[in-house]
Ligand binder design. Structure first.
Ligand code: GDP
Ligand code: IMO
Ligand code: MG
Length: 428
């Protein structure tokens, strides 16, 4: 089972980091293929808690080679801060590989992210402010800076000049900010060159060779299906392909090498930032989920918006990603609720709609149609097999599975590494 893709099914923070960590000891490579340090993955190992932003979660498993592939945008300072902090805690970071084609996030991307958000006013996306959108915009505009450009000062200077030319006009004349100097950016980037040099390689070649040898490669998505720039709730999305197709374009490994596609889905729904969210709860049930699930952003600390499980979204994720297996996380958070509503379809202008609607305006005013399932009282955080779960919890999982378009192969019952019920081996 060599090529495995793992993505988020909802709006992020489903517990992808924990799921990657679960598979970690059985894989040889963990590849981040999209996004950048907008991601926040929390992994809890015993008493230790790690928050990863730019590095793939697999870096925590000894022996795994972590890879930052071409589809990622890299803030080099964040990269080194994260590496240094992990090394100080005894994590072996020496194997890290970075694609020579990965794009670089610079100071002007971060500045533009913040000023454009401010100018959007009420139409704000609520980005993480890390420069992600502007860096991907430059990539698509063909004025981006790639890792390989750092190793040739002349080329780097020319490219930074090209990138800043228009931006400085925009910054000064439209946004009323000071111009950014080419030297400032180039000098800053050049300070990192020697430390970066040994890490920057042709990661597509290395990953394909690894698969040829029979190694197991896990492609770990950042963000999630509903934040995907093509398939998510545009424009309230991130600027990369967070779905399984992005694993191919974002790594240079062809789709026919993927054997399993795992989507991580929370037993309820959360979202950080603006945009439609049909099952959102603005009442005490929403507060309950936020408190019980500790739903505060790993990257920005913002309280996450919370709501009930949305089965049409799970079915959509199953279709867009080609999901073979779901990992259902945070089932323990629902413990103590007398009844648990699950959205099975939407009411849109008086009509029942079973799928995520094609029109974003429809999605904005979709009203969830709920089915209520009985809850359970017993603490399930110590449960390690499906049969030991309270009957109502088993029924909840089976009902959600029936509605969601793919089998649920593992169930999260707590934040810790061991707090999982495995129904089916995810790698077999
Ligand atoms: P990611 O971005 O998808 O990796 O998810 P985050 O790490 O941002 O958010 C998931 C949060 O839920 C983290 O704090 C995890 O430690 C925690 N978590 C993951 N799985 C479970 C679970 O099954 N139960 C509980 N209670 N917490 C979980
Ligand atoms: P993980 O990998 C949740 C959201 C932001 C904002 C939108 C665009 O931890 O699941 P961006 O900075 O990417 O341009 O912001 O996307 N967002 C996330 N929400 N989890 C994430 O990552 C996110 N990464 C970006 O809140 O709404
Ligand atoms: Mg997260």
């Amino acid at each position: 089972m060599p090529g495995i893709v793992l993505v988020g099914a909802q709006w992020g923070d489903e517990g992808k980091g924990k799921a990657t960590d679960l598979l970690g000891s059985r894989v040889d490579y963990v590849v981040k293929f999209n996004g950048g340090n907008n991601a926040g993955h929390t992994v809890v190992i015993g008493d230790e808690k790690y928050a990863l932003h730019l590095l793939p979660s697999g870096i925590l498993t000894p022996g795994v080679t972590p890879v930052i592939a071409n589809g990622v945008v890299v803030d080099i300072e964040v990269l080194f801060d994260e590496l240094t902090a992990l090394a100080a805690r005894g994590v072996d970071v020496s194997r890290l590989r970075i694609s020579s084609d990965a794009h670089v996030i610079t100071a002007y991307h971060r500045t533009l992210d913040r000023v454009t958000e401010r100018f959007l006013g009420k139409r704000q996306i609520g980005t993480t402010g890390r420069g992600i959108g502007p860096a991907y915009a430059d990539k698509i505009n063909r004025v981006g800076i790639r890792m390989q450009d750092l190793f040739d000062e002349n080329i780097l200077r020319q490219k930074v000049e090209g990138a800043l030319d228009q931006k400085n006009h925009l910054l000064v004349k439209v946004y009323n900010r000071r111009a950014i100097s080419v030297d400032e950016i180039v000098d800053d980037l050049l300070t990192h060159v020697e430390r970066l040099r040994p890490m920057v390689v042709d990661t597509s070649l290395e990953l394909n060779r690894a698969l040829d040898r029979g190694d197991t490669v896990l492609f770990e998505g950042g963000q999630a299906t509903m934040l995907d720039v093509d398939h998510g709730t545009y424009p309230f999305v991130t600027s990369s392909n967070a779905t399984s197709g992005g694993a191919a374009t974002g790594s240079g490994v062809a789709p026919n090498r993927f054997d399993r596609i795992i989507a991580v889905v929370k037993a309820y729904t959360t979202r950080v930032g603006a945009g439609p969210f049909p099952t959102e709860l603005l009442d005490e049930s929403g507060e309950f989920l936020r408190a019980a699930g500790f739903e505060f952003g790993t990257t920005t600390g913002r309280p996450r918006r919370t709501g009930w499980y949305d089965a049409p979204i799970a079915r959509y994720a199953a279709r867009i990603n080609g999901v073979t297996d779901f990992v259902l996380t945070k089932l323990d958070v629902l413990t103590g609720l007398p009844r648990i509503p699950v959205c099975v379809a939407y009411d849109i202008d008086g009509e029942r709609v079973d799928e995520v609607p094609a029109s974003q305006s429809d999605f904005h005013h979709a009203v969830p149609i709920y089915e209520e399932l009985p809850g359970w009282e017993d603490d399930i955080s110590g449960v390690r097999s499906f049969d030991e779960l309270p009957m109502a919890a088993q029924d909840y999982v089976l009902a959600v599975e029936e509605l969601s378009g793919a089998r649920i192969s593992a169930i999260g019952v707590g934040a810790g590494r061991e707090a999982i019920v495995v129904r089916r081996d995810l790698l077999a």
